[in-house]
Design a protein around this ligand. Structure first.
Ligand SMILES: [Zn+2]
Length: 126
């Protein structure tokens, strides 16, 4: 069930970039790294603007919308994800121990849950 180190690496980099951005360390560097990692699908430099415009019904939970919503909580999630990277359990759902699809990790690299569990836990966790 574990992800290979080589598979985890790009996500770890994304997490480090996200953490840096949330801490206010960098922004342009973060954007570049994120698009390199394939997170935004390319050329998506206005994530935060999009989020401001989006109604909750227009986007599935499984998307980048969570990125800027609650920065303090997001930072905690990112720290947790980096810990899971170090422990070799990154990409495994904390709830059901199932594998979290890479597509989901690309959208929300710090998510601790698979799609199914996240939707079940959504009301309390997100
Ligand atoms: Zn799960």
């Amino acid at each position: 069930m574990k992800m290979k180190k080589a598979d985890v690496k790009p996500f770890k980099e994304m997490l480090l970039v996200l953490r840096a951005r949330l801490r206010g360390d960098v922004s342009t560097l973060a954007d570049a790294a994120l698009s390199n990692a394939g997170a935004g699908g390319g050329g998506n430099s206005s994530v935060s603007n999009h989020i401001a415009d989006m109604g909750s019904d227009t986007f599935e939970q499984d998307n980048t919308i969570l990125l800027m919503n609650n920065e303090g909580e997001t930072l905690v999630q990112i720290e947790g994800a980096l810990e899971r990277v170090e422990n070799g359990v990154y990409g495994i759902c904390l709830e059901c121990s199932g594998k979290i699809p890479k597509m989901r990790l690309k959208a929300i690299p710090y998510t601790p849950y698979c799609v199914k569990c996240a939707s079940e836990l959504e009301s309390t966790k997100y």
